[in-house]
Write a protein that binds this ligand. Structure first.
Ligand code: AVJ
Length: 352
């Protein structure tokens, strides 16, 4: 049984001409002008992800990768979370971006290449695209090929002069952007949603370093960073009264079952999210409701009653702490925008 998480080599494969080309989403009459969309795929091979799941379950404190929360249903549930009153993040970030769009666009400058990490439904990028001067190309990176095709088809239709180059990849791993090799333009990365908070602190620094390498010197990074605040507000945001976050969390098990053939029983787990004040992070768990055995790839994992599986951390920063992190990773913070209640920040960093 191979349990290493890293594949020896990541193979670049162009996939649209083969399987993705058979999907009719590109040829539907609703999107006539975008037949040229091409989704580039860099791994992860099935085994990489499966091994990551196995490694997490084999740890004494079990954990599962939060990127697997976003299958088709998980992405739809996440979009519902973003609409909830309790989930202040999305509407606050969107409002900050809208209110400061002209200034943000001026800092980014003209004729840039935009690279979005975890583009999801590609809705926030529209605020930028509506204000930027002649952006050259948009390179959304996401693990979900379905969602990439859907959202980039819409973006390409809405912004016909923009070159749209979707990349299906796991951006927690090193990336090579071959189709940018010949493009000489300033590269600006966009990483909204405070998804940076889903990295552990040491991983966040490594990730920012990789972003910096990819955008090069004098590149830009527009990033959403959630701020430390009243734990009551945080608790409500991750334990909504409609139970959508609970469904989103449990769906991780359904996704892993269908993708890797495991036999998690969803009714034997419960959602839990708590703010760990000492570490400054939300910890989202699935709690085993009984002594049980789960099978994955012929390995049996025992879970005790009340045993937690960590499914996501979501760090909350204060501005100084984030500036220190950015500096360590080779960036300078150029500008920080917040809302009046200081719930959330949008920050523009430049690589040094
Ligand atoms: C927006 C992806 C960063 O940590 O708030 C929402 C996802 N998890 N509810 C976050 C999430 C639980 C999320 N990100």
């Amino acid at each position: 049984m191979r349990l290493t998480a890293s594949a020896a080599q990541r193979i670049l494969l162009r996939c649209l001409s083969s399987e993705a080309g058979k999907s009719n989403s590109l040829r539907s009459p609703a999107a006539p002008s975008v037949a040229s969309i091409h989704v580039e795929a860099i791994g992860p091979q099935l085994d990489d992800l499966r091994d990551e799941v196995l490694l997490g379950l084999a740890k004494p404190a079990k954990e599962l990768p939060c990127k697997l929360l976003y299958d088709r249903r998980g992405s739809a549930l996440f979009d519902q979370i973003c609409q909830l009153d309790e989930y202040y993040l999305t509407r606050t970030e969107t409002a900050i971006m809208q209110q400061n769009a002209a200034e943000i666009a001026a800092l980014i400058g003209e004729r840039c290449v935009l690279i979005e990490y975890g583009s999801g439904s590609s809705s926030k990028i529209r605020i930028l695209l509506d204000h930027l001067r002649e952006p050259l190309s948009y390179l959304p990176i996401d693990l979900s090929k379905d969602q990439l095709l859907q959202s980039t088809t819409a973006i390409a239709a809405a912004y016909p002069r923009l070159k749209v180059l979707p990349l299906c990849a796991d951006y927690t791993q090193p990336l090579v952007l071959t189709h940018l090799a010949e493009v000489v333009a300033r590269r600006v990365a966009f990483f909204p949603g405070s998804t940076i908070g889903n990295f552990h602190l040491h991983e966040a620094e490594g990730f920012l370093r990789r972003v910096r390498e990819l955008i090069g010197r004098q590149g830009g990074l527009l990033i959403g960073v959630d701020l430390k605040k009243d734990p009551g507000l945080l608790h409500a945001a991750y334990n909504d009264s409609a139970g959508i976050t609970a469904e989103f969390n449990l769906n991780l098990l359904a996704h892993i079952n269908s993708r890797f053939g495991s036999d998690f029983r969803l009714d034997q787990f419960a959602h839990q999210a708590q703010y760990n004040e000492r570490l400054g992070r939300i910890e989202m768990h699935l709690i085993s409701l009984a002594d049980q055995v789960v099978r994955l790839a012929d390995i049996k994992f025992r879970l005790e009653a009340a045993e937690p599986i960590l499914t996501e951390v979501s760090y909350k920063y204060d501005l100084d702490q984030f500036a220190t992190l950015a500096t360590r990773a080779g960036f300078g913070v150029q500008r920080v925008w917040t809302d009046s209640a200081q719930l959330f920040s949008v920050q523009y960093l430049e690589s040094r």
